[in-house]
Write a protein of this length. Structure first.
Length: 295
């Protein structure tokens, strides 16, 4: 630390100062990132972070993702980043869409109660619906596509609507669409030789909406572990600070002693996973049609 700033802050000049890093990368470290584990930061959108051994990547460039940098997440590993342009924002959009009739109602407790409980009620009814291969299918590109192959010009879609379709059925399809988009990222990365065995979830959606997390586990057909820490990005930053200060030898040791445990694990339902195989194929067809329309 410089003499000037040491004086301003009242700190010794010898104090260690660690450099900053991306919040998503620190979140992955706070969630004990490791090869084979995909860290999903799920909020309004998603950031998908993972690391791979250098010999696993070699000189290859993983196509269609957002970033690939040596040492960007963990020293000695290749950091990889992908994600979805919209996740929780899609649910918020649907609530706004459904609340249009309330626009002329004066602000007040009754109106706010409807707004506050709308997604709760939609979730309750959506998760009670029977899963079928003939269900409505949606495409999660309401805010463009981040991965694979970023394209902010593509649009979302909802297919299979009838006069009998209900709001909970559409909401269920939107939740499934975000899970299908997640699966497409996983399959895209696997197709290029990366191995993904499990998913660690952090962020607001992972904590607040079990229905979304269980759907994601069923669609991916792999377990989703939700990290207990409420501030995982800050925890990762604290781990690096501890290493810089000499408390721990390296970041691996810091993760061992400072890492958060798992709060809950969502395991895939085999029967539902089979149905989602069919619905996912329809999602891919919808995606193909959407790209054709946008040409």
């Amino acid at each position: 630390m410089t003499t000037e700033w040491a004086g301003k802050l009242g700190l010794p000049q010898s104090i260690a100062v660690a450099v900053g890093a991306l919040d998503a990368h620190m979140g992955a470290v706070g969630a004990s990132v490791a090869p084979g584990v995909l860290t999903r930061i799920m909020g309004t959108s998603t950031c998908d972070i993972m690391v791979a051994e250098k010999h696993e990547i070699g000189d290859r460039c993983i196509e269609g993702i957002c970033g690939q940098v040596d040492g960007s997440v963990l020293p000695g590993f290749i950091g990889l980043e992908a994600g979805q342009s919209a996740f929780g924002d899609i649910y918020a959009w649907f609530r706004k869409f459904m609340s249009w009739p309330l626009k002329d109602i004066p602000e007040g407790e009754a109106k706010q109660k409807v707004m506050d409980t709308m997604l709760i009620e939609l979730t309750r009814e959506a998760q009670a619906l029977k899963l079928s291969e003939n269900d409505i299918v949606a495409l999660d590109w309401m805010n463009g596509r981040r991965t694979p192959y970023a394209d902010q010009n593509v649009k979302g879609m909802i297919a299979g609507l009838t006069l009998g379709s209900t709001a909970p059925e559409v909401f269920k399809a939107l939740v499934e669409a975000t899970a299908f988009g997640s699966r497409r990222i996983v399959e895209h990365m696997k197709a290029q030789g990366l191995h993904i065995d499990s998913v660690n979830g952090i962020g607001g959606i992972s904590k607040k909406v079990p229905f979304v997390m269980q759907t994601l586990a069923d669609v991916l057909d792999m377990p989703i572990r939700i990290v207990r820490s409420q501030q995982t990005c800050a925890l990762g930053a604290a781990m690096f600070a501890a290493v810089a200060a000499g408390v721990y030898r390296d970041i691996m040791e810091a993760m061992k002693y400072m890492g958060s445990d798992v709060e809950v694990e969502y395991k895939p339902d085999t029967r539902r996973a089979r149905v989602y195989e069919t619905l996912y194929k329809k999602y891919l067809e919808l995606a193909k049609n959407a790209e054709y329309i946008n040409l």
